[in-house]
Write a protein of this length. Sequence first.
Length: 115
Amino acid sequence: MFIKTLENTEVSSVIFIRDYLQFYFEGEQINGTLTTYSLPVSVVNGRYFESASLGYRDSLCSLINHQVKKSKIISDQNIVLKFDNDDRLEVSLKKEDRSGHEAAMLRVNNEIAVW
């Protein structure tokens, strides 16, 4: 799975662009960008943050400097990234959660995957 290429990379930045987000990842071998058109959910210190939650942006920025330990796609429903501190980032791939045709796009080096 292409999403596995994010394992052992670190979030270097989070960019908020009107109605979507970009997460930049840096690793020893690869650099990548995860663009989320479906606004993700974060779980930070055991607390669940949705886009309307107070502290949502801070929760996403708190992922900076943390390493992805596990990345997977669950039943074509969610992208889940689990970090070295047990925080998580979850992106829904469900059609009803999308604001457009795509839910997310991952670019690693010169390869692209779209969900």
